[in-house]
Design a protein. Structure first.
Length: 81
């Protein structure tokens, strides 16, 4: 069995979302909205979809009061080819 990581075009919204989530500091909801151009509910739905696809995401509480939580990808799913 060979494990293959999923390939995405670098211009897809999912690829942009994953790139932002894979940054060392992660990304908050506003940053993810800015990257994708989506509404907050659409970003949250996409995060949920990533979890069902096997991505491991963490939600970190805000460092400052009034700021939103930060999301970060901690593991990428392995696809069996």
């Amino acid at each position: 069995m060979t494990h293959v990581t999923p390939q995405l075009t670098t211009t897809s919204k999912k690829a942009l979302l994953l790139k932002a989530l894979q940054r060392k500091g992660g990304a908050n909801l506003l940053a993810l909205q800015s990257v994708t151009g989506w509404q907050p509910h659409s970003v949250r739905a996409a995060l949920s979809r990533l979890r069902t696809e096997g991505y491991s995401l963490v939600r970190v509480a805000p460092k400052q009061s009034g700021a939103g939580p930060v999301y970060r990808v901690t593991a990428i799913p392995k696809v069996v080819a």
